[in-house]
Design a binder for this molecule. Structure first.
Ligand code: ADP
Ligand code: ASP
Ligand code: MG
Length: 413
């Protein structure tokens, strides 16, 4: 007998029929002898609808505390509905909101971090042979305020509950059959990975693969908890996210990812002298703006251009901060473009292979796609391009690196 956390995403609980289907996966697992903790998202579309309502009445920046109180109601609906249905099927079950469970977070509304999970209530429910049905995405801070964990946060709730209970596995039930080599809704030739390492999944999640929230992967890696991403609607195995040693198949590129929501800012003619970069980036970091790619041009007569990307939602704020500080920065001018996408290739096979970047650039060049910025890490290469090239670029990269069957050269050696 094992302890299993089963998380159901929004599309998996979108209507009564799907809730019955999701509940049948819970009953199946119990039949196999497992203890089950269920973690659920709001029904598909509900969080978006609540955000729209909040903006309509609360203005462009609604009060963060009240927004969290509003958003948390989405998940509260689904835990009650699933528990009700399980009970109607003769399976005792009990719903828990974040505060009822004791999902303690910091006080950063709308993007809170989990600090600790109380396991007492959960263990009592499990020891009575009941199913605990936990509201994902929400917690409570030390002052008793309801908090939420950022979009896609139910994944993190589920993995954190799994880690706290030392579960055997955290199953992420969703609307695709696993983690694919590219977004299957964009690339028809994308294929399901049987296994993927925590490191690769971490990169993929941070580069736009929304099937798992990045912090869920961090928790799983930290606690060595296996994640099994699978479909609610078909019974086949999905993708196991596990330690690198447990991944048998060695692909050079495991994933091609994209993120459309990027923007670029170019600060022209700043002094090529100590302190210039700090003057640009300190005000941004103080405003909580995350800067991603940064490029500084070669110095020309003592001045240089600094170009960087930020998330599109931070674009206007970042641009106006730089503009209002331009005399202190000492720039000749600032310009920006909010229509940028980031395309990336990810794979641990890149560690010992030098040709990936060159091939990536050639593939994009062949499609007439201009590369604006580049960043690399040990297991990924990212480029910023005009947003209109997203589909074309992702499909071309996937064809070149995955569909062509490019393998880690170590395998042949
Ligand atoms: P849920 O509502 O179950 O949390 P999400 O919409 O958050 O589901 O995540 C699932 C979606 O992630 C899929 O429908 C798919 O479009 C998208 N996705 C993007 N990249 C990938 C990928 N490489 N593998 C699988 N899904 C991906
Ligand atoms: N309901 C939240 C969202 O839509 C959390 C989640 O689904 O994981 O982002
Ligand atoms: Mg999700």
């Amino acid at each position: 007998m094992g302890l299993v956390v089963q998380k159901f995403g929004g599309t998996s609980v979108a209507d009564p029929e799907r809730i019955r289907k999701a509940a049948s996966r819970v009953l199946e697992s119990i039949k196999q002898g497992n203890q089950v903790v269920v973690v659920v998202s709001a029904m598909s579309g509900v969080t978006d609808r609540l955000l729209t309502l909040g903006a309509e009445l609360g203005g462009e920046n609604p009060d963060p505390r009240e927004l969290d109180a509003l958003l948390a109601t989405g998940e509260q609906q689904t835990v009650a509905l699933i528990s009700m249905y399980l009970r109607s099927q003769g399976q005792a079950a009990r719903s828990l909101t974040g505060p009822q469970l004791g999902m303690l977070t910091d006080g950063q509304h709308n993007r809170a971090r989990i600090l600790e999970i109380e396991t007492k209530a959960l263990n009592e429910i499990l020891s009575r042979g009941e199913v605990a049905v936990v509201a994902g995405f929400q917690g409570v801070d030390s002052d008793g305020n309801i908090t939420t964990l950022g979009r896609g946060g139910s994944d993190t709730s589920a993995v954190a509950v799994g880690a706290a209970l030392k579960a055997d596995v955290c199953e992420i039930f969703t609307d695709v059959e696993g983690v694919y080599t590219a977004d299957p809704n964009l690339v028809s030739g994308a294929r399901k990975l049987n296994r993927v390492s925590y490191e690769e999944m971490l990169e993929m999640a941070s580069l736009g693969t929304k099937v798992l929230q990045i912090r869920s992967v961090k928790f799983a890696m930290q606690y060595g908890l296996p994640i099994h991403v699978r479909s609610t609607f078909v019974s086949e195995e999905g993708t196991w996210v596990v330690r690198e040693e447990e991944v048998l198949e060695r692909l050079m590129v495991s994933g091609v990812t994209y993120n459309r929501n990027e923007a670029k800012i170019r600060v022209r003619g700043v002094a090529d002298a100590p302190g210039a970069a700090a003057r640009i980036f300190t005000p941004l970091s103080e405003a909580g703006i995350v800067v991603d790619m940064i490029v500084q041009n070669v110095s020309d007569e003592g001045t240089t251009d600094v170009t960087f990307t930020v998330g599109r939602s931070d674009y206007k704020k970042a641009l106006s901060l730089i503009e209002s500080d331009s005399s202190n920065i000492g720039t000749h001018g600032v310009e920006g473009d909010s229509g940028i996408a980031k395309l990336s290739v990810v794979g641990v096979g890149m560690r010992d292979h030098a040709g990936v970047a060159a091939k990536m650039f050639q593939v994009l060049a062949d499609e007439g796609i201009n590369i604006q910025l580049i960043t690399t890490s040990e297991i990924k290469i990212s480029v910023a391009v005009e947003e209109k090239y997203t589909e074309l670029g992702v499909r071309a990269l996937h064809a070149a690196f995955v569909e062509s069957g490019a393998k880690d050269p170590k395998e042949d050696g």
